[in-house]
Ligand binder design. Sequence first.
Ligand code: ADP
Length: 200
Amino acid sequence: MSLVIGLTGGIASGKSTVSNMFKEMGITVIDADIEARLAVEKGEPAYNKIIESFGSDILLSNKEIDRQKLGLIIFHHEEKRQLLNEIVHPEVRKRMRQQMEAAVSKQEQIVVLDIPLLFESKLTYMVEKTILVYVDREVQLQRLMERNHLTIDEAEARIHSQMPLAEKVTLADAVLNNNGTPFETKTQLLDVLAKWEVNL
Ligand code: ADP
């Protein structure tokens, strides 16, 4: 049986960095953000449902969904955000489950589900173990400002809108402290996998 791991973090905590470490080890990583984009492409089941609910005004000239426009609508209307989630989330879960099953059937030792909102969206039931990529708030702020070219106020607002990493620490099976170098984080990752008896 494959071990299904849920990987999560907070904005700029280093989740993508750790996700790449898994990929470099040849481990299948299923990315929830990518699946969410693919799930609303023209011809997918969610595509028609979104047009039925939000109207064809949210289409671009090439008939793809204008994700920016949709984003703006749901940012201002909570009930529309919920409606969109009700359409998209089951499709994203279905897509992730299909890929997970493909990896399991190939008898891969581990499969990683990279899910930014793993705890907030209560998706832990999909995985057996959870890994949180943690950084201190100051490090998070600094790395976010640098990566996204944000002012301190903009970066603080983004961090503040999320569940605090300190709270996620209490929910995760394993925590990787990413305050140090990527090498130090990789060492912690290998330790966790060894503890879970994954032979790479
Ligand atoms: P996330 O996917 O959680 O938003 P990223 O993996 O993109 O975070 O990391 C955020 C930023 O911090 C990126 O610019 C990345 O290159 C950098 N970074 C990540 N881990 C480290 C580290 N251990 N040391 C220095 N910089 C890092």
